[in-house]
Design a protein around this ligand. Structure first.
Ligand code: SF4
Length: 366
């Protein structure tokens, strides 16, 4: 699809938008069948102390604020054991960036978690944290990533992307890594055998043209490396953010924007990044389900603990049990299936008596 055609889709309204959503839904059926995947995982946000100061972030705290916290390696190990005992296959570890972090702290987190539960998949450290780790240690990026991989890093979240356009990034966070740095970390991670997710934050100061350019950029990286596992659109939660308080953003995405971004991702990323995830912590239940009809095929993680969106004002909650996930998916007429981080293992989770003949056929097709 040409750039002009992609822009036209991103600006679709009224009946055209409806057409876009229907097309995305059909394409999703052709690519992913009728299955909606999810993962049982736990978020561990190990500290909220951060010097970066992103204006869209309501999670971070200055070091002298009253409600700061910093989890010890032992506490993180305990949380990993708890998660494993509750059926989690992944821990997702990210945190703020405190000044004077011990040089090899990210490596030591991996060691502590792996020692506690060797089988746990560790999905950890945003590209911003990787850049910080490189700064702290003075190691070349490739060596740093290889060291993390050799100490148990499974995959990397493709967060800290927001909008990959330096003008927008400057408004959102003047201290954040640049577009070029984000691309470098992701490419290098893929080359080191560390797969990553990919993300886009929408509903703040960006335009539909930014969505299109970002999706095309991700497509280009994917055709070079094949390292992306999924694409996750992240709706901006504006309530408690400086960006909104300073009048620099709109009030988060509209309903049309939520649906359009998921549909556009399905169409522009088809055949490249075939898993499009709904971020249920940022959307409410109905909206998550609607996005599953607008091109998405993955419900994300059960999370167990989620602090970042909640601090920003999201109300979708901190934990949804696997059973609740299954029911939410069944309500949409689709088949729930638990997956691992890289989508290489999928197991259908639906009681046989709830399995209609029609669903069985779809499952086989999927
Ligand atoms: S988004 Fe991350 S880097 Fe930015 S202020 Fe929040 S915790 Fe810090």
């Amino acid at each position: 699809m040409s750039l002009e055609e992609s822009y036209a889709l991103a600006n679709a309204n009224g009946d055209d938008l409806l057409g876009l959503l229907v097309a995305a839904n059909i394409l999703r059926t052709e690519i992913c069948g009728n299955i909606v995947t999810y993962i049982v995982n736990r978020n561990i946000n190990f500290t909220n102390i951060c010097f970066v100061g992103c204006k869209f972030c309501a999670f971070s705290r200055g070091p002298r604020e009253a409600d700061t916290y910093f989890l010890t390696l032992e506490q993180m190990a305990e949380k990993t054991v708890e998660a494993w005992n509750l059926g989690a296959t992944e821990v997702c570890i990210q945190g703020g960036l405190p000044r004077n972090l011990p040089k090899f702290h990210y490596r030591d987190i991996l060691r502590a978690v792996k020692k506690a539960v060797p089988q746990m998949h560790i999905h950890a450290f945003s590209p911003m944290e990787i850049v910080y780790g490189v700064e702290l240690t003075g190691m070349p990026l490739q060596d740093y990533l290889s060291m993390l991989r050799d100490n148990g890093l499974g995959t990397l979240p493709g967060t800290a992307a927001e909008i990959l356009d330096d003008e927008i990034r400057h408004i959102l966070s003047a201290n954040k890594l640049t577009t070029a740095q984000w691309i470098e970390v992701i490419r290098e991670a893929h080359h080191c055998g560390i797969r990553t997710t990919s993300t886009l934050m929408y509903g703040h100061t960006e335009t539909p043209a930014h969505w299109v350019r970002q999706m095309r950029l991700l497509r280009d990286i994917q055709s070079e490396t094949g390292g992306f596992t999924e694409f996750v659109p992240l709706g901006f939660v504006h309530q408690n953010t400086l960006l909104f308080a300073q009048g620099l953003s709109r009030t988060g995405p509209t309903l049309e924007e939520h649906l359009k971004v998921h549909a556009l991702a399905r169409i522009l990323l088809a055949g490249s990044i075939d898993n499009v995830q709904v971020s249920w912590v940022k959307l409410n239940r109905q909206l998550s389900q609607l996005c599953l009809h607008a091109g998405a095929n993955d419900y994300g993680g059960t999370l167990m603990e989620e602090n970042i969106s909640r601090e920003a004002g999201a109300t979708a909650g901190q934990y949804t049990s696997p059973e609740r996930f299954q029911n939410l998916i069944l309500e949409t007429g689709r088949i729930p299936a638990e997956r691992n981080t890289t989508y290489s293992r999928i197991s259908i989770k639906v009681p046989l008596d709830e399995f209609t003949a029609e669903q069985s056929l779809e499952a086989e097709f999927a």
